[in-house]
Design a protein around this ligand. Sequence first.
Ligand SMILES: NC(=O)c1ccc[n+]([C@@H]2O[C@H](COP(=O)([O-])OP(=O)(O)OC[C@H]3O[C@@H](n4cnc5c(N)ncnc54)[C@H](OP(=O)(O)O)[C@@H]3O)[C@@H](O)[C@H]2O)c1
Length: 245
Amino acid sequence: MTARPGSAAAPYGIVGSGRVARHLGHYLDTLGLEVRRWTRSATTAPELALAGCPVILLWIRDDAIEPFLDRADFSGRTLIHASGSLRTPMAHAMHPLYTFGPELYPDDVYPAIPFVCDEDGPSFSQVFPDLANPSWTIASDQRPLYHAACVMGGNFSTLLWNRAMQIFRELGVPPEAAVPYLERTCANVAQHGPGALTGPLARGDRRTIEANLNALEGDDWGRVYRAIVEAARPGLLDDNPETIE
Ligand SMILES: NC(=O)c1ccc[n+]([C@@H]2O[C@H](COP(=O)([O-])OP(=O)(O)OC[C@H]3O[C@@H](n4cnc5c(N)ncnc54)[C@H](OP(=O)(O)O)[C@@H]3O)[C@@H](O)[C@H]2O)c1
C-alpha cells in the first residue's frame, strides 16, 4: 500500500508479529498507511529494516521491550509500546484497551478501540494523526492500578465464564446456551454499571450463597466465589453479620 498523503508519522515501523502486531498492523494497512515490519526471525537488523520510520511501534511481549531497545539504536525516533503495565523511560505507552484474539476482526472494530496513553508522553493524535480512535491519558504511576483493573475486568471475567461454561457442559447444558446470558450481562454492565448486578449477591441472600458454596466444595473456584462475596458484600458471611446495606 502507498502512504497516505499527509501522514506525517508514516511509514510506521512495527516490531513483532504477535496478536497486537497482526491486528493493529492490519488496521494501519486498511487505512492505507505505510508500514514496515521487523521480527526477530528477520535476517536484517531492525535499524535497517525500519530505517526512515519516525515512529517505532514495539508490539512485542512486555519483558522483551527493554532488552530489545538496549540492543537497538533508534535514537531520534518516537518509541511506543502497547503494554498496559510496563513503565520504562525507554518508550511511551499507548495501551489498546481491548483484547486481540487469534483471528483478525471486521474492519469497523478497530477504529472504536480506545487507547490509554502516558500523560507525559506524546499525544495519540501526534503519533497517529490519521486515526480517530478515542484516547485518554493517565499518570505513569497510576499504570499498575489501571492494569490491575484491566486484568480483573477482562481476564478474570474470561476465567469465570470459562469455569461456568465447563460446569454447564458437565451438567449436559451446552456452553453456547450461556452466550445470550453473557452478552446481556456485558450490555447491562456497560449501560447500568453497578445496577447491572442481579442474583444472591445483589439481594444479600446468604442462604443461597451458602448453598452455592456447598455445591462448590472441593472446587478451587469455591475459594474465588467466597473471596468475591467478601469483597462485594463484606460481613455477609460472618457468623454474626453486621447489618448489610
Ligand atoms: N493480546 C492482547 O489482547 C493485548 C491487549 C493489549 C495490549 N497488549 C500488549 O501488546 C504487546 C504485545 O502482546 P501480544 O499479545 O501481541 O503478544 P504475543 O501475541 O504473545 O506476541 C509476542 C511477540 O513478541 C515477540 N517477541 C518475544 N520475545 C521477543 C524478543 N526477545 N525480541 C523481539 N521480539 C520478541 C514475539 O516474536 P516471535 O513471533 O518471534 O516469537 C511475538 O511477535 C504486549 O506489550 C502486551 O502487553 C496485548
